[in-house]
Design a protein around this ligand. Sequence first.
Ligand code: BGC
Length: 728
Amino acid sequence: MPRRLRWVKISLLTFALLLAAKGSPAQQRPWMDTSLSPDQRADLALKELTLDEKIDLLHGNGMRGWAGAPHRNALLGNGGAGFVLGVPRLGIPMIQMSDAAYGVRSSAENGRYSTALPSNIAGAASWDTQAACEYGALIGRELRAQGFNMTLGGGVNLARELRNGRNFEYQGEDPILAGTMVGNRIKCEQAQHVIGDTKHFAVNDQETGREEVNSVIGKRAMRESDLLAFQIAIEIGKPGAVMCSYNALNGDYACENRWLLTDVLRKDWNFKGFVVSDWGATHSTVKASAAGLDIEQPLEDYYGEKLKQAVQIGKVPMAELDEHVRRVLRSEFAAGIVDDPVRKSVVDVEGGFAVSQRLAEQSAVLLKNEGGLLPLDKNKIHSIAVIGPHADTGMISGGGSAQVDPPAGYQPVWKSHVWFPTSPLKAVSAHATGASVQFSSGGNPAEAAELAKKSDVALVFVYQWTSEDFDLPNLSLPENQDALIEQVAAANPHTIVVLETGSAVTMPWFSKVGGVLEAWFAGSKGADAVANILFGDINPSGKLPITFPRSERDMPHPTMTLPTPEQLDKSAVMKTGEAKATFEVHYDEDLKVGYKWYDAEHKEVLFPFGFGLSYSTFGYYGLKLSSANGVTVNFTLKNTGKRQGMEVAQVYASLPQTSGEPPKRLVGWSKVSLQPGESRDVSITIDPRYLSIYDEQGDAWKLLPGEYMLSVGGSSRDLPLQEKIRLK
Ligand code: BGC
């Protein structure tokens, strides 16, 4: 054998022997064995980690724009809100996190592009879990395309306070609707192989003074409302992460609240993922760690060197540290980001437009349609006035960390009004090709009224901008828009108001206009969606996920509890070395969130929870209840109108008198599509927990024996079918 060949042979033999001694790649890295469970894989990887590597997994490395000098690892970031380091020698990737409430944030800064979906509250208004799934899947895809493997979306705080500037990021006032919708969003978002998240845990229900406020609320009320929304979201979506909120809850800051993070989240709900602090919401090392906070963001004020030292001197037990690390690793394996590392690609712009438009069409809520003014008949209308600030060029979007940047624009500054280039004027003109379509900004109401007067119809696009870090002073439309509508409607009763809002608004002009459509913050293709509805290509099917009260005076808290300027001083909170909230908000309406309040207090409302019109009409017949395996509600739904449409049939339960519950609660629904004249038998099985109360003493859900009334219909105040059932 030639020498050279012999050498090759020997080398190959040596290599084979070495390989046999070390084991196959899977044996060398057993945590990469995909047949093992995420828990097993996390345990195996954890064993390999040094103390420094463990600490690396538990804190952020800075955020662009955050106060102070850039972090030493800043350049490793992907331009998102935060990231934690990986362990390259073990194949564990960095977790690159991005805000992604209604689309991926920071596109402008990063020179990328993201689709803006309709806002989250709009998503809830679709009452369609399939739509929620599409919502999450799109965001998951666009996150990965942009190099992120974790979302910071998934907000599910209840709209206890209608002036809360972040209501547009949440899913309304009912825990079952909100939890179900966001759970489905998270499920489909994570299916794209990104770590899902739900936030802000918990009772962060107003923005003003959010870092200094102590939210005071009873445990039963919390379990049956704000916490129930999270519980359902976690059960359905199994998010890899939960973000604890800025505020304190019944005395302890949420991110160091042992009852919240350990007793409820980890033990009672069996949450297996990790808890990440909201940005700057960590207030301690030992207390937070013992309470169950796993990751500090965006820096390492408490979870870097301080955490390491606390472990070294035994103030934080190694087992506790390992538990944090295990949870982070487990979520990485469970979400698939280890086995399917992110590969950047170009966002599917056209595909995103299609999804965004479809969701906007499903989410818009028709609130008034006097005398069948809508849909507009293009053959009969010769002139249309399109009125409203920016109605020629765009539609408003929600601000703060949820902000999606518009294409071909500028770099929006924090809390600025951002108009998306989806033009109502163009969209309306495209439908009404035979008509004269003219625009007035409404800056001069008299001029707008003049235009309305000489037009067949006036479409008035009005807005209420809302944002993180901001609460509405009241529910009135800003910028004199109420007066604008009044004047236009006085000039032409065929006035249709299109609302672009993040929460409820009051409507002093309501009786004077012919139509009202709630379009919310409608996303990248909002104008096309709205025009399709106005001209009848789409039959509206959204229903309100919040009550619209007649006035702030009717709300549980006619005025908000605001901090004094001294109470807003965060440094005062921190001087003692211990964090203490400086003012309190008492959620003493307790169980009576949203419609439950107005029902219990016998208050009329402008629009009830669950309300929304269609161009068709629906009949409800033949309610039958059975309690064989839990309670099942059967009834027949018929499209009694002249065109195909979708109805959200809702089921409410009234608990036995002795329960002390508000008059009724939503316990189920079904969104059904029907052709004209078509009937369908609908069957909805109610989760027994949704009929239960939270028994504070026994610390458990309890189904009370007694008589339950189940009501079925098209809104919380239109329930034609009612039937009683006795439960043991
Ligand atoms: C917000 C979070 C957000 C985080 C990171 C905070 O101000 O409350 O919702 O995820 O910033 O941008």
